[in-house]
Every structure is written in C-alpha cells, then in structure tokens.
Design a binder for this molecule. Structure first.
Ligand SMILES: [Zn+2]
Length: 152
C-alpha cells in the first residue's frame, strides 16, 4: 500500500467509494469509476500497489484475462453500450501510478454528445468534468454486483 495512492485509499476505505466495492477476486478489485467517464464505467485494479503490468505476479496475471472479460460483459449490460473500451493509462501527472483498467461502456448518445469516440471521446468526457451522481452510481453498482454473481 502506498499512502499517497488514491487507488489504495479507495480500496482501504480511506476515501469514500461511490457505490461501494462491486466485485473482488483473490488479487483484483472492481469498483465504479469515480471520474467523468460515464455511468457503468468500471475500474479493475490489483489489490496490491503495482505500477506496471510487467510487475504483476503470475497469480495476478492469471486472473486478469478472465476478469477483464467478465467485467466487460457486466459493463455491456449496465447501459446500452455500442462498445466497451478496456484502457490502462495509469500515468498520473506523468508518474507511473497504481495500474487500473478502465472498462468503459460507450453509448451512441455519448458519442453524439461529445462528437467522437475512442481517445477523443475520453478527452471530451474528462473535459466536461461531469461525473455521474452518487445515487445513480449506487443503483448501477448494485446492478453490477448482481451481474458479476450471474457471470461467475
Ligand atoms: Zn496504490
């Protein structure tokens, strides 16, 4: 754990996590995104403070593929997604940070509203600084928890 790491602070409950923990495996956690990437966007991150995919343990790496697939399916069910992006930038302020995959279900409405898709859409969404409300996130996180239960 890194005391200055937001991902570790959210995991440990030192920062309130909107919607609460959604799913966990032995080595990974799934949460709802706290940023402005839209409702249903999930974060898949290692429990351990790891700043590079190359530094994952064998056990962490073995769980990753199936979890990304499951989380992507769950995200696709939460909103009317045209596509579900899986992205990992984890380069906060230009410094390697706690790796976290962003599992983002992208809707036609979002593409129209921001006139773009892919990285351009993400930049526009970050620029809008509009994050989903806590009540909406709580409802969708409950839905996601049920879906993870079905998809195991
Ligand atoms: Zn961390």
């Amino acid at each position: 754990m890194d005391d200055d790491c937001m991902a570790c602070a959210l995991a440990a409950g030192r920062i309130p996590l909107p919607g609460g923990r959604i799913y966990r495996t032995e080595n990974w956690l799934v949460e709802h995104c706290v940023g402005p990437l839209g409702l249903g966007t999930l974060i898949v991150k290692p429990k351990r403070h790891v700043t590079s995919v190359a530094d994952l343990s064998s056990a962490e790496a073995l769980e990753l593929g199936p979890l990304l697939q499951l989380a992507s399916w769950v995200a696709s069910q939460l909103v009317e997604a045209e596509q579900v992006y899986n992205c990992l930038w984890s380069h906060s302020g230009g410094t390697p940070g706690h790796i976290h995959y962003v599992i983002q279900p992208v809707t036609k409405q979002q593409m129209t509203a921001h006139d773009g898709y892919g990285p351009r859409l993400q930049l526009a969404m970050f620029g809008s600084e509009i994050s989903p409300g806590a009540a909406e996130v709580a409802v969708i996180a409950d839905h996601a928890r049920r879906l993870f239960g079905l998809g195991q």
